[in-house]
Design a protein around this ligand. Structure first.
Ligand code: ADP
Length: 485
């Protein structure tokens, strides 16, 4: 029998995207359809989402969803069912999904995403005629209250469905002062450390982790790391307490979106057998980023410009990178101080460092298809997708040994090179010295043409499509549904 799952996510590729969560939420429906699961995606109705939805059928209305009128619209995400929460007071505003145009978080984010979770719990409970679900899959803190509403304030007379929460990044927890609690519409018994209370406030992610029937995170290594204070960021106790219910399931990549053989954003498509075609893409990157034309090593970065991503450390290594013959094309946005460091480096090294501050999906594809190596010196990385795209596009990943980066890249150490299995370069720590050494190793390996080519072909052969991970989610759903029955 087809399992019906409601996937609750604050972004989904194709509609709205700020990072990896969108890629995963966007890819899950197809990944799970292949496993006999019908996944309906539920997202907030930001202006960009409503614009893409066009004319849509209203399935349900709320007079006061956490105090504000709202309606549920039906649409499609590709070939798969989509539900959108249209609530003018909460979502009809310019800026990003979580912050205004200047990057400042919206003051009422707690209300916006509590309402979103309340609506999800209603839908899962059967509020909408003709739409029933066997399980709810909540993503990140924005959907963290879904399990809390299911437990403490379910849709009256509704169906009791199990829930899963996936942590895409423990650094974002949705933590708010205690005085919002009375406005959430939960019963008083939710206000305990076994409920939504966290360190004296309301913890959205914590609530989800405490109350969902299972917790997943997006790589096996990160599932282990979040047991420690360094990576658990205050929630390691919850992870430990719920240990038997914590699973690490690696993200896959959407091979329809990311296929170097027929990617419309590339100047030239290529396969592992036709790597020479990448040269055209390299020329395109050089042109787009104002770099000198050269066959020397071209590093790329596609990243949020943040401390998590180790971008501050990378900024300090750029003179070395250029000094040993490298060039860099960087696409990213984030922390203004870090952006400035890269812009200053580009000014110091014209023709050798090109920086584009901004978010540009086609350019991200172009960089993966034309760069020789992608630099990802993250301090922590729950899964990471850019290294997976790098592997698929023969843009050799140079990564720190953490989270999903550790799980997906095989370091080009002598043993791995001898065995012919290496796919990239890992560094042990995110420090100036470690990154300096990693960049030097990349330049040395690049100079050894056939060795580099072997890294590229190994990388392209590594399979990070959704097959195995889709099966793992489906197995988990099935287990939870059977437990509930
Ligand atoms: P995170 O979700 O922590 O930002 P991931 O590696 O999991 O990191 O996912 C990042 C996603 O966002 C990838 O699809 C990457 O290509 C994309 N991305 C990041 N920065 C940019 C940018 N400036 N322009 C285009 N795409 C970007």
């Amino acid at each position: 029998m087809t399992m019906k799952v409601l996937s609750v996510a604050s972004e989904a590729a194709g509609l709205v995207k700020t990072g990896g969560l969108a890629d995963v939420a966007g890819a899950l429906p197809a990944a799970l359809a292949a496993q006999g699961v019908e996944l309906t995606t539920f997202v907030p109705g930001y202006p960009a989402v409503l614009a893409k939805l066009g004319k849509a059928k209203t399935l349900h209305t709320w007079d006061a969803l956490l105090g504000t009128p709202a309606r549920l619209l039906a649409g499609k995400l590709g070939d798969h069912p989509l539900l959108v929460l249209d609530a003018t007071a909460l979502f009809a505003r310019e800026g990003g999904p979580y912050a205004d145009a200047s990057g400042r978080d919206w003051d009422d984010n707690w209300r916006r995403f509590a309402a979103f979770a309340r609506a999800a719990a209603d839908i899962a409970g059967g509020a909408v005629k003709g739409r029933s679900f066997d399980l709810v899959h909540a993503h990140d803190w924005q959907a963290g209250l879904v399990p809390a509403y299911l437990r403490f304030a379910p849709f009256p007379g509704g169906r009791d469905v199990p829930s899963v929460i996936t942590i895409h990044n423990m650094a974002f927890q949705g933590y708010y002062p205690a005085d919002i609690f009375p406005q959430l519409g939960l019963t008083p018994e939710a206000w305990t450390v076994d409920g939504v209370e966290a360190y004296g406030g309301v913890g959205f992610l914590k609530a989800g982790m405490q109350l969902a029937d299972a917790i997943t995170t997006v790589s096996p290594t990160y599932a282990g790391e979040i047991r420690s204070a360094q990576f658990g960021m205050g929630l390691e106790g919850v992870v430990l307490a719920r240990s038997p219910r914590v699973h690490g399931i690696l993200n896959g990549i959407d091979t329809a979106e990311w296929n170097p053989a027929n990617d419309p954003h590339l100047a030239a498509g290529f396969t592992a057998g036709k790597l020479a075609a990448r040269r055209k893409n390299k020329r395109a990157v050089e042109q787009a980023f104002g770099l000198d034309r050269s066959d020397g090593p071209l590093f790329v970065v596609i990243s949020r410009m943040t401390w998590q991503k180790g971008m501050d450390v990378l900024a300090g290594v750029l003179d070395h990178l250029v000094g040993i013959g490298g060039r860099l094309a960087l696409l990213g946005a984030g922390d203004a101080a870090i952006e400035q460091q890269f812009l200053a480096a580009a000014a110091r090294h014209p023709g050798r460092i090109g920086v584009r501050i901004g978010y540009d999906e086609p350019a991200a594809h172009g960089l993966q298809g034309g760069g020789d190596a992608i630099l990802i010196p993250s301090r922590f990385e729950p899964c990471g997708l850019t290294q997976l795209y790098g592997l698929a596009y023969a843009c050799v990943p140079v990564v720190s040994r953490t989270g999903g980066l550790a799980d997906t890249v095989i370091d080009a150490n002598p043993a791995a090179l001898a065995a012919g299995v290496a796919t990239g370069i890992q560094m042990n720590a995110v420090s100036h010295d470690a990154l300096t050494m990693a960049v030097s190793r990349a330049v040395d390996l690049y100079a050894q043409g056939p060795v580099w080519k072997r890294l590229q072909t190994n990388a392209m052969k590594a399979d990070f499509s959704w097959g195995a991970s889709g099966a793992a989610y489906a197995a988990l759903y099935r287990q939870l549904i059977e437990e509930q029955a």
